[in-house]
Design a protein around this ligand. Structure first.
Ligand code: PLP
Length: 407
């Protein structure tokens, strides 16, 4: 039996009843995915029955909250096949995770050191390293992108030289949908003793990620793109590497002891979680990953692939449309960006939005990629498991009419 997207969709309150009765064709999943009822209910239950600050309060409610928070961390670790939950650091999101790492690693780097990023990266993985480069005299090198919108892995060994300390790139592009050839990248980094960080913000909603198998050193992602709430993300790092870094933020919950002369730090992960952590959001994230784990991920992938194929075929038939990204479905997420001759992406998104088709348009926080392609913006349709043929067809039909209106 084929994957039942309709049954999945029924689990999402957002699709149940729309204002004015208009159907919602939600194709903006790369920006934020919707939340299933089970995730919303898990958070409501937590806030109703177990709400208290964590960090070892001694009353029963606080103990319940502690247990829920610990269980959430263990669930995230299991989802990523990580044996030690202490390697899972909760952050406010992927951006927060990347900044945390850039500050922590940055403190160890100086003039002469190099960090390799790529022209395919989201600004979240560029701005922190650019700020670091400016502040500490670290040289930033940009891996180039092929005409298809893939990381040009053939140039990896040339860019990742003996001074490289870290290769920090996206696991999959939020613009072209291209999935990074991780083994080649890891091999190039290992050849010079550099560490590897992958930004998994776009990858994790679409594939099960086995971190030990992937062979990288650090990984991060955001909850809101994996059917979980906003305000939560994860930084994973190998225990020996995380333990060797100095936390850039201080506060309650990370201190072993403190007096006027200084402080000692708690062990992982707490030393990186200063202040009250996002407890309810962690519960929501765990519920979302548990929900995802109940599916056969290969069925989801096949479903998303079929829809991507339908979308790419449909777009190829619309005059003036050019896809920015790989034409093949190999190593490609269901994230499809395109330009339309004579139509501004913002106008296209607005007109289609009024027809119930939710898209994203503009630079997509990827200016180096856009300028490399000589573009000022794209329209992006990004799919999730609850999308179906009807969503793709609504986009294609709406697009044809929108083009008539705008030209
Ligand atoms: N990395 C990639 C590839 C993204 O697509 C995004 C968001 O779109 C981010 C990082 C930043 O995620 P957040 O805004 O949730 O911190």
């Amino acid at each position: 039996m084929s994957f039942d997207a309709q049954a999945v969709r029924r689990q999402f309150p957002v699709f149940a009843s729309r204002p004015g009765g208009q159907a919602l064709h939600y194709l903006d999943n790369a920006a934020m995915a919707q939340m299933p009822r089970s995730v919303i209910e898990a958070m409501v239950a937590h806030d109703s029955l177990s709400r208290a600050n964590v960090h070892r309060g001694l009353h029963p409610l606080a103990e319940r909250a502690d247990r829920a928070f610990d269980a959430a961390r263990a669930t995230v670790a299991r989802h990523l096949r990580v044996a030690d939950p202490a390697e899972i650091v909760f952050t406010a999101g992927c951006t927060a995770a990347l900044n945390l790492l850039a500050l922590a690693i940055g403190a160890e780097l100086g003039p002469g050191d190099e960090v390799v990023v790529s022209r395919l990266d989201h600004h979240s993985n560029l701005a922190p390293w650019l700020m670091l480069a400016r502040g500490r005299g670290v040289r930033l090198r940009f891996l180039p992108v092929t005409a298809e919108g893939r990381l040009d892995i053939d140039r990896a060994s040339e860019m990742i030289g003996p001074r490289c300390r870290l290769v920090a790139v996206t696991h999959a592009s939020n613009v072209t949908g291209a999935v990074t050839a991780v083994p080649s990248l890891v091999a190039a980094a290992r050849a010079v003793g550099a560490k590897v960080l992958l930004d998994g913000a776009q990858m994790l909603p679409h594939a099960s990620v086995d971190l030990p198998k992937l062979g990288v050193d650090f990984y991060c992602f955001s909850g809101h793109k994996v059917f979980a709430p906003t305000g939560i993300g994860v930084l994973w790092g190998r225990r020996d590497l995380l333990s060797a870094l100095t936390p850039p933020f201080g506060g309650g919950g990370m201190v072993g002891s403190l007096d006027e002369d200084g402080l000692t730090l708690l062990d992982l992960p707490y030393r990186f979680e200063a202040g009250t952590p996002p407890v309810t959001q962690a519960v929501g994230l765990a519920a979302a990953l548990t929900w995802l784990d109940e599916f056969d991920r290969s069925e989801i992938a096949a479903h998303e692939r079929r829809l991507t194929d339908r979308l790419l075929d449909g777009l190829a038939a619309v005059p003036g449309v050019a896809v920015v990204g790989p034409p093949s479905l190999e190593q490609r997420l269901p994230v499809v960006s395109f330009t339309i001759a004579g139509a501004h992406p913002h106008d296209v998104c607005q007109v289609l939005g009024e027809r119930g088709v939710a898209l994203r348009g503009g630079m997509l926080c990827a200016q180096p990629l856009m300028s490399g392609f000589g573009l000022t913006g794209v329209v992006r349709a990004s799919l999730a498991l609850y999308n179906d043929d009807g969503d793709v067809d609504a986009l294609l039909a709406g697009l044809a009419q929108t083009i008539k209106v705008l030209r």
